[in-house]
Ligand binder design. Structure first.
Ligand SMILES: *Cc1c(COP(=O)(O)O)cnc(C)c1O
Length: 217
């Protein structure tokens, strides 16, 4: 799909849901994609991107930032505490805050660096053992903990289980956000971003629909 086609879908869902399309950020997830494809999307004028590994982000985005103005980079993958500082230097937003140790490391580096990316707490809405994120039942307490550290918490993020109806997970995330007074909702990928927008997504993370299938290895 072209960027224009995706934006048209975003506009259509927003119109149906009575939402302003400007309130939905399209994050183009460029992980594993060849630099030529990423450059092509930059040339089309898109500026909001997502990566899920710090190392990979470090390998391409400082160069792209030199070539193109106004880039916003979102880190959407699991984050180890030993990569926190580098992540905070590279990214404008981190979507995967999911444990006290990580939140504390971010707070410490925010002091040193004098700035902090926008943060999202990842919620493991499907309670999958292999997936990162706080459990729904622990989300309120963890959100309070992050706030107590005086961090710029913008919202919540989830990745629904692959074999379940995503709408239930999007609705659960929206409910947890609402009762905690959070406005940001990072939810929806290539296969389900329209449903996510219908349920309030403010940040959709779309990879393969923009860039084509990822080729690993
Ligand atoms: C890879 C990835 C995406 C994009 O997935 P697509 O199905 O290609 O759109 C979105 N969110 C996260 C966390 C990802 O790792």
């Amino acid at each position: 799909m072209s960027l224009g086609e995706i934006q048209a879908k975003i506009n259509a869902v927003c119109e149906g849901a009575g939402r302003n399309p400007a309130d939905v950020s399209l994050i183009a997830v460029s992980k594993v994609q060849p630099n030529e494809r990423v450059a092509a999307v930059l040339e089309e004028g898109h500026r909001i991107f997502g990566e899920n590994k710090v190392q990979e982000a470090a390998g391409k985005w400082p160069d792209f930032r030199e070539q193109y103005d106004g880039i916003t980079l979102h880190l959407i993958g699991p984050l180890q505490t030993n990569k926190v500082k580098q992540a905070m230097q590279l990214a404008d937003a981190i979507h995967t805050v999911d444990r006290p140790k990580l939140a504390k490391a971010i707070a410490r580096h925010a002091q040193d660096l004098g700035h902090c990316p926008d943060l999202f707490v990842q919620v493991n809405t499907g309670e999958e053992p292999q997936k990162s994120g706080v459990l729904p039942a622990e989300a309120d307490a963890f959100i309070s903990e992050v706030r107590a550290l005086d961090l710029p918490l913008r919202g919540l993020m989830c990745i629904p289980p692959v074999d379940e109806e995503p709408s239930l997970h999007f609705a659960l995330l929206a409910k947890i956000a609402a009762r905690n007074g959070l406005e940001g909702l990072s939810m929806g990928m290539s296969g389900d971003f329209e449903r996510a927008i219908g349920l309030g997504a403010t940040h959709i993370r779309v990879g393969s629909a923009i860039f084509g299938e990822r080729v690993y290895g």
